[in-house]
Design a protein. Structure first.
Length: 643
């Protein structure tokens, strides 16, 4: 390792002038005989640094590790940049920009003089005071995580987390480091909490050797696909690569505050900061972005959750892309969909709607796959009803997104049917031979699933004794995209009135008996009677679409959000309708779409101005708005876990 250990130190303090008088944390230049380096200070106290004998940015290459020295610096336009750093075959700069008084953006830029493999440790040593935290809680011993590629196939260390986030708490003050989404790091994203050396490391590689990674059909629909993967970043001669991390500070009183502070920092960095709810939901989309290493169709995908590995249901990819609201990633993630992801549940219907939105944005969807999706839904349509086939020949489940309930082979689930109506509208606009009679038959089929005697939408045409709280969100998506209502006002209003009488204290059970009780053998979590935020929120939005009182709708969405966010500032796969506790993945994929879905519904209804739900949730979360950015004020928060 090329590390100089000169004992003679000459220190010159130089700081950025912009925002200095207001800043809570600052990048401060340290000038020694070996060159310039940066420390992060809070009111003269050093927070993040590298030890005197180890000063420098660590770049690891197969033949050596280099602590990069920077012989010069510039300060231009509020950006402080250390320049002319070198590692073998690489020219490197390290720049710092104040975004808010509590947030610093750090950008490492590399230019390759020769082809190289490398990775960077973007971490910092800490001053030894305080406790280490990841998003999931205090880290009391040295531990490694990856937010990138979970599973032993990738040679991962101890475990995984969704949020590339590390930090230290000292009393009521927290200082954190954010890595970028793994999608921008070639899926090579690693974190280490090093207690022995008081260091927080976030790296864009681990130096592991090349190996073949295979996902069999049993893990991902009905196809097998594979790739090679190693722990190195790759750069070619003349290529320039940039890598971003962020450093932030915040007042905190609890783990919840730490988690929320991380969300606020990332949202302020990326511009997802019109409200705290937008921050959490759009951060989720961004953090689940990945490079599409397994297939050649596109550069990017959205994975359904880190613990799911590379699984991506079309609906998850669709809603995450809506949450990120970025045309480039939208087109790429759409192009990543292949047919074996389309031929079950409601995936083909989502794909057709997604294809139309990509086309509206000026994209060019693969019409061969679009055509296969269209033919698939029409081949499994009878008298306007979509009747999904079995995914596995020996199982009657996997018929809807909430895939554990058995349906007979000639049954039509109400969840799928709402999307089927929207898919036919999309297919018509895409140029397929769909007429108004086809669409009307599908709408009438959807309405046939309404149980008039019980006053609710049943889970399917044949299972009229069970109420389905996943029955309406297909209509809400159809309205958001096409401005068209599918059900009658009376159906939707009565369904919600029935729901208010029977729902659990923690939200709507995805499927239950008509009196609200759990189905026999169900536990109240996941698809077995759990409450899924996107379903509940969509049901309320459907009430808004069908003329129900706006304040009533908003109040009930806030009530359901309070249940969702009661334990951590994250939207979950589901919450238990027995205990109220989160179940499955936190920062779960498809919830991201609520942000977009509500925006589009309000737009189609002609409702303008600030969103009262966002305003109320900011108040409850203790979030204020300062100069166009979000800021946490924990003392004012009311929504926190009970001690």
């Amino acid at each position: 390792m090329r590390i100089s250990t000169s004992k003679l130190l000459i220190i010159t303090i130089l700081v950025l002038t912009d925002m200095v008088s207001l800043a809570d944390i600052l990048p401060v230049i340290r000038n020694s005989p070996e060159g310039f380096s940066v420390r992060i200070l809070d009111n003269r106290e050093v927070i993040f640094f590298n030890p005197d004998h180890n000063e420098g940015l660590l770049v690891v290459q197969p033949s050596q590790s280099t602590l990069v020295r920077f012989p010069s610096k510039t300060e231009t336009g509020g950006i402080l940049t250390l320049t002319k750093g070198e590692a073998e075959g690489l020219e490197i700069s390290d720049s710092y920009r104040l975004i808010t008084p509590e947030l610093i953006e750090r950008t490492i830029t590399l230019k390759a003089e020769t082809d190289q493999r490398y990775f960077i440790d973007f971490g910092w040593n800490v001053n030894g005071k305080g406790n280490f935290y990841s998003f999931m809680g205090e880290e009391k011993s040295t531990v490694n995580y990856t937010p990138g590629c979970p599973g032993k196939e990738f040679g991962n260390p101890e475990g995984w987390q969704t949020f590339p986030f590390l930090g230290i708490r000292n009393g009521d003050k927290f200082y954190g480091i954010l890595g970028d989404t793994p999608g921008m790091w070639e899926n090579r994203s690693f974190m280490k909490f090093d207690k022995e050396n008081s260091r927080l490391s976030v790296c864009n590689g681990d130096g592991s050797p090349k190996r073949t990674v295979t996902f069999p059909f049993t893990a991902d629909a009905t196809s097998v696909y594979r790739t090679t993967f190693d722990g190195w970043q790759h750069i070619e001669r003349g290529e320039i690569q940039t890598w971003k991390t962020w450093i932030f500070s915040s007042d905190v009183k609890s783990l919840y505050d730490i988690q929320l502070a991380a969300h606020i920092a990332l949202a302020n960095a990326k511009g997802f900061n019109n409200s705290g709810i937008e921050a959490i939901l759009r951060n989720t989309s961004y953090l689940l972005l990945r490079r599409n290493l397994f297939r050649p169709e596109s550069d990017y995908i959205f994975i359904s959750g880190v613990g799911y590995g590379w699984k991506q249901w079309v609906s998850d990819g669709f809603y995450m892309s809506r949450g990120l609201d970025n045309p480039k990633f939208d087109k790429e993630a759409h192009a990543a969909i292949f047919y074996e992801r389309l031929d079950y549940e409601d995936n083909a219907q989502y794909y057709l709607i997604w294809s139309l939105l990509v086309k509206r944005e000026g994209g060019q969807p693969d019409m061969r796959t679009v055509g296969r999706a269209y033919r698939f839904i029409r081949e499994h349509e009878k008298d306007g009803l979509y009747i999904p086939p079995r995914l596995h020949p020996d199982k009657k489940c996997y018929k809807t997104y909430h895939d554990q309930l058995n349906y007979e082979d000639d049954d039509s689930p109400s969840s799928d049917q709402g999307f089927h109506c929207g898919a036919l509208l999309a297919a018509k606009e895409l140029g397929f031979q769909v007429n108004e009679r086809d669409i009307e038959k599908a709408i009438q089929g959807y309405r046939r699933m309404y149980n008039t005697a019980g006053g609710y939408m049943a889970t399917s045409l044949q299972q009229q004794e069970n109420i389905g709280q996943d029955a309406l969100y297909g209509e809400v998506l159809t309205y958001a995209v096409f401005g068209k209502k599918l059900l009658t006002d009376e159906m939707v209003k009565t369904h919600l009135e029935t729901t208010m009488r029977i729902q659990s204290p923690f939200g709507m059970r995805v499927i239950s008996k008509a009196n609200g009780d759990l189905l026999d053998g169900h536990s109240g979590v996941y698809t077995n009677g759990g409450s899924w935020f996107m379903n509940d929120a969509s049901n309320y939005l459907d009430g808004l679409i069908h003329g129900m009182d706006t304040k009533w709708v908003n109040d009930h969405i806030v009530w359901r959000m309070d249940k969702e966010l009661a334990f951590m500032p994250a939207f979950h796969e589901s919450i238990s309708t027995v205990t109220g506790k989160p179940h499955g993945h936190h920062l779960y994929s498809w919830n991201s779409g609520y942000w977009w879905l509500r925006r589009e519904v309000l737009k189609n209804l002609g409702m303008k101005g600030s969103d009262p739900i966002d305003d109320q949730m900011d108040k409850e979360l203790g979030i204020i708005h300062v100069n166009g950015f979000l800021k946490l004020e924990p003392a004012s928060a009311t929504l926190r876990p009970k001690e």
